[in-house]
Design a binder for this molecule. Sequence first.
Ligand code: 5RP
Length: 223
Amino acid sequence: MTDRTTAKRVAGEAAVEAIDDESVVGLGSGSTAATAITALGERVAAGLAVRGVPTSWQARQRAREAGIPLTDLDADRVDIAIDGADQVAPTALLKGGGGAHVREKIVDSDAERFLVVVDDSKVVDAIDQPVPLAVLPEARRPVADAIAALGGAAETRMATRRDGPVLTDDGAIVVDAAFGVIDDPAALATELSAIPGVVGHGLFVDAADAVYVGSADGSVAVC
Ligand code: 5RP
């Protein structure tokens, strides 16, 4: 097991300890959130009664394998959501490395409490990675122009093993918009939300109630 794998696992396991009996739980996407789904499945097997709301096809599959009963947002409000992030800055998260950020934002923002689980390499002073956008396919060029007008550079994310773009679970393409260091994530989030054809972006501003940061030595800091 690599150091990074250990750091992710301990973060996911620690956050799952915060889940109470009879909770509706938002189930995040990505490898760190997957450790939380696995740990939650173990608590369910031991008698914890929860219902999960998956944030992606991948999370749904993992939850099924882990034996977690599922529900949806029509039937239930989310009590607590646990999800990963690509970067964690003081006032914002960056998500969407797996292209699941639209459903993640819907589920995570519905939650009474939103817990973020990351390894310590994800904690930064300022977000500087490209911001993933979910974009309607017809809007690819106009969105790229709008990103350029904001001072950024847009690149359509391509699938590695076949020709064509990565598609989200909802049929959008993923455009990664590079802006360098983002000094004001809230202002950029507002501008990105206003671009026609952008279904959602990966900036989550002032969203987390707690961040569980795992380290390779097995320790977890909660901030
Ligand atoms: C998917 C996400 C993930 O939570 C994010 O990419 C982190 O993934 P990992 O835990 O595998 O590093 O936002 O859209």
